[in-house]
Design a protein around this ligand. Structure first.
Ligand SMILES: [Fe+2]
Length: 177
């Protein structure tokens, strides 16, 4: 735990550094993609140029035998210009199954995994956290470390991942961190 728990984490801190490689996917998010738990939506940003909104996935590590195609969007707000924002629905999944996935091709590609929830059943055991107003302070980091230790299977995130309002012109770099 830091001695400055409510200070914003510096952008060069290991928890906020951007992945290496040209135009590497960043700000990767995953969310439930349907009402049943058999789909996820994977979102990410490529900051420098458009790329394909594709997710390669499969049930074995490093063996991505399936591919899902998504869409790309972007927006501007005053003098802020977003990177290319990708959203990709990965559906037709099995319950309670671990999937590995990859975003991007070649050097800047990034790999992650997720586990789908159990089949819908009032008695199905499931552990999840509820987190909101997280921010980007050392306290935020501590909250996430505690959540990971708790063994939660997913998070119901209720809003406000970070705050850029106290920065000059709402600092776009902080907004994208
Ligand atoms: Fe808030």
């Amino acid at each position: 735990m830091s001695s400055r728990p409510t200070t914003c984490i510096p952008l060069d801190h290991e928890s906020l550094t951007v992945s290496k490689g040209h135009n590497a996917p960043q700000q990767v998010h995953i969310a439930q993609g349907d009402y049943d738990g058999k789909a996820v939506i994977i979102s990410w940003v490529t900051a420098l140029e458009p790329t394909r909104s594709e997710v390669f996935y499969g049930k074995e590590e490093k063996r991505y035998d399936r591919k899902a195609k998504g869409r790309m969007t972007n927006y501007t707000f005053y003098n802020y210009r977003s990177g290319c924002i990708h959203h990709c629905l990965v559906d037709g999944l099995e319950y309670n199954t671990k999937y590995y996935y990859k975003i991007g091709i070649g050097d800047p590609a990034r790999e992650f995994w997720f586990r789908t929830p159990p089949a819908i059943d009032l008695d199905a055991p499931y552990t999840f956290g509820i987190i909101g107003d997280l921010g980007q302070t050392f306290n935020s980091l501590s909250t996430l470390q505690h959540y990971v230790k708790s063994g939660g299977q997913s998070v119901l995130y209720v809003g406000d991942l970070s705050y850029a309002d106290k920065y000059k012109d709402n600092d776009g770099g902080r907004w994208d961190s």
